[in-house]
Design a binder for this molecule. Sequence first.
Ligand code: S3P
Length: 206
Amino acid sequence: MAGRPDCWRDSEVPGEGCDAPARAVFLLGFMGSGKSTVGHALSRQLEWRFEDLDERIQAREGRSIAEIFRDSGEVGFRQAEHRALRELVEERPPSSPVVVALGGGAFVQAENAALLKAAGALTVFLDAPVDELWRRCQNEDEPDERPLRRDERQFRQLYEARRSRYMNALLRLDTAGKDVESIAAEIIASLRLQFKLPQKDLGEEK
Ligand code: S3P
């Protein structure tokens, strides 16, 4: 029997377990890991759509991330994050293939990881030494936009607490010392992603 034409990817082994080419990639990792920057580069290289989960949360809620944390606490933010991710996942088959940048805590939440696993999503952990992540987060114009980027000690503790969850991603990439375009190219090669998918694979014929 032919594989499931509507799946994003349902195998641990890229290219196996699903006849249809992958149509979504989810980038995850700690604050400062470059999820959005690499995501934009990846979407440009693939000519796929780009989506930032934090942007979707803010649009749905009509509030900035900082405002959600301030008014509803982290619990409220996680609920909004889960709703936004579920909505995104349920949009499949997407009209066009998509690269998604998750927020730093999204994949750490068991229900979000389960949702992505059940959808057969390709997940990529962008890793870097915590010193490097902290340094990258210092050079920001709007530090208030990351409510969980507190002092350096808490930043390191949170990274250590989360790392084992990030390791559950299908692919882990070391990003230290690499430029954004070559990280994107490495993701494409490792996951054997296809450029410009044929229309029949986009579910648009139905
Ligand atoms: C968070 C990271 C942020 C944002 C929110 C919570 C986290 O996204 O989702 O502030 O829990 O690490 P970035 O990783 O894009 O900064």
